[in-house]
Design a protein. Structure first.
Length: 599
């Protein structure tokens, strides 16, 4: 597909500013957008003091065209910083806007939004609403000034979420010939209802959306979102499930669906992923040795690693389903006296203090034993060879020597602990009221010696240097066997896609955009790779039961079946490659440009 617009401007609050999933959306498709628009592709984001310190934004001198426009806008309090966004080997054009000196104009902007689009912004706070409205308006002014300077060349401008929406509405107020695209990644009303533990999908056609928005106190954002959907030349959402929400809540069906993708070439091949799985699995095993083994031991060779990760949204992210299903699995495996073990990680950031001292001490004592053994590894090899050839008994005293055995016993005493392994790696600031901890206890997941399912709540980001696993996000994923994301509210859901791209099997749901997107691909296969759990129109109890069955069946797969699952997951993830999905963006851009031409 060929692009009809000459220039493409993409506006997002998350350009060079990682806040949530939109950062991944925008950043991961840069390479494909540059293939279409080359040097006429510009990303527009907010400028902060930290912007030039992160290493992502490299400031450069603006072109002659841009410098004149920047000087003109500076007179209005809009200060633009031109440069490049360092995205792997790609360096797209970026304009970051400092809107702080433009804030004098906020009341005039809000009046225009009310007069033209009935956006009620009474009582909004600066950081919650006014700040993105200032930045968005400044972005719209910038794009319109560029349009006035480039004669007859066509422009498409895409605005992600209501946070950028003021720019789109400004362009429409000015009757600019810029083709505008509005993309909602989740409706404000839908996310808020789901977060409030109401049954969103039962309410879709039963409520007055505007009345509900006022009831929940999100009317300004809701009305901004609705106005953008109505005013855009091309209205888009990221998935079928979000499109359904938008149709009911915003009163407009999306013109184009824009499924989110990844640059799959940036992920390891299956062969490389298999090598990395072995390496990172060993690091996770080492963590388990000093986390659990000071208290008791289990067959680490016959242990699978599960994980869930994401924001700490207990219901929306399916943490409730994950924990309760693990509790049922634990009960069933214990009743069967199974030889299978599961260590289930919860990689969900929380309100934390320091790492628990016992864990730090355990690691230090474990490292001491490990180093002692590592130092004599070559000697032991030689003794084994000598013992075999001389037909001596290869007992511990012969291999290690009496003094090392005695020293190791002392170190083992220091490592040994009474009681049970902790549920959480860190001190939580309000542990007594922590929903995750309480849910684990309520479902008898307490890391008892008899438990077949052990749990580790790991409430920090995986940075690769956290003094525990010391694995980055993708490294940790590659070391596991199953990623579990039984979300209730998930407009797209990058985590199961990323897990599959890493060559690891995953669980998603039919309430997640990605789950709906791949549902047909996994339905008919024995080894599904990406398991799509049905949640739409099912009771919570049914979902938990179905999730437990997925767990139980997965635990009992043969090693060959697990490999087949990994292969299948990798193949399914490749369906969401930006190389394939970028055409949807061009379709939306072209539609916007055509409609703008005929306004």
């Amino acid at each position: 597909m060929e692009n009809k617009s000459d220039y493409f401007f993409e506006c997002s609050w998350e350009v060079c500013n990682k806040v949530g999933g939109i950062y991944t959306v925008v950043k991961s498709k840069v390479r494909q957008m540059m293939k279409y628009y080359k040097e006429k592709y510009y990303l527009i984001g907010p400028y902060f003091e930290k912007s030039e310190k992160t290493g992502e934004f490299i400031k450069e001198e603006p072109t002659k065209l841009l410098k004149g426009i920047f000087d003109k806008l500076a007179q209005r309090g809009i200060y633009c910083h031109y440069g490049k966004w360092i995205v792997n080997e790609n360096e797209p054009n970026v304009i970051l806007i400092d809107y702080s000196k433009f804030s004098y104009n906020i009341n005039n902007i809000k009046k225009d939004l009310w007069d033209n689009y009935s956006v009620d912004s009474m009582g909004t706070s600066y950081h919650d609403f006014d700040e993105p409205v200032l930045w968005g308006t400044a972005a719209g002014i910038l794009i319109d000034e560029i349009r006035l300077s480039i004669d007859k060349e066509k422009i498409a401008a895409q605005f992600h979420e209501w946070l950028a929406g003021a720019g789109l509405l400004y362009l429409r107020m000015k009757n600019s010939r810029v083709g505008t695209i509005f993309t909602t990644h989740a409706t404000m009303l839908g996310r808020t209802i789901a977060t409030n533990n109401e049954e969103l999908y039962d309410l879709l056609d039963k409520i007055n959306p505007q009345e509900k928005a006022y009831e929940l106190g999100i009317q300004s954002k809701f009305l901004m979102e609705k106005a953008c959907a109505e005013a855009a030349d091309s209205f888009t959402t990221v998935s079928e499930i979000t499109g359904m929400e938008a149709t009911y809540f915003l009163g407009k069906k999306p013109d184009v669906l824009l499924p989110n993708g990844l640059d799959i070439e940036k992920f390891p091949t299956f062969d490389d992923a298999s090598i990395k799985h072995k390496r990172y699995k060993e690091k996770i095993r080492q963590f388990c040795l000093y986390y659990f083994f000071p208290y008791y031991s289990f067959d680490i060779e016959n242990t699978l690693f599960f994980f869930i990760c994401g924001r700490n949204e207990f219901k929306d992210k399916g943490l409730d389903v994950y924990i309760e299903s693990l509790g049922l699995l634990n009960k069933k495996l214990k009743e069967e006296n199974s030889d299978k073990n599961v260590v289930a990680f919860i990689w969900v950031p929380g309100d934390v203090g320091e790492i628990k001292k016992d864990i730090v001490q355990n690691r230090s004592n474990y490292d001491d034993i490990y180093d002692s053994v590592h130092d004599i590894t070559e000697d032991i090899k030689q003794k084994i060879i000598y013992g075999i050839l001389s037909k001596q008994e290869l007992n511990s005293e012969f291999l290690f020597g009496k003094s090392l055995m005695q020293e190791t016993k002392k170190k083992l005493v220091r490592l040994t602990k009474s009681g049970l392994p902790p549920l959480c790696t860190h001190h939580l600031n309000n542990e007594g009221n922590d929903r995750i901890i309480n849910a684990l206890k309520n479902h008898s997941l307490v890391n008892d010696v008899k438990d077949k399912v052990k749990v580790v709540y790991y409430p920090i980001f995986l940075t690769g240097a956290d003094a525990l696993l010391d694995l980055s996000y993708y490294e940790a994923i590659m070391g596991t066997h199953l990623g579990v994301f039984p979300s209730y509210y998930e407009p797209w859901g990058y985590t199961p896609l990323e897990t599959g791209a890493c060559g690891v099997a995953a669980v998603t749901t039919d309430l997640a955009g990605f789950g709906k997107y791949v549902q047909r691909e996994s339905a008919s296969h024995k080894n599904k790779g990406i398991y799509v759990l049905e949640r739409l129109h099912k009771s919570y109890e049914e979902v938990v039961k179905d999730m437990e069955k997925v767990f139980y069946d997965f635990v009992h797969l043969t090693k060959q079946d697990r490999i087949e699952n990994k292969l299948r997951a990798k193949r399914i993830a490749s369906l969401a490659d930006w190389h394939i999905l970028a055409d949807n963006y061009i379709k939306a851009h072209n539609l916007a440009v055509d409609r703008a031409e005929h306004r």
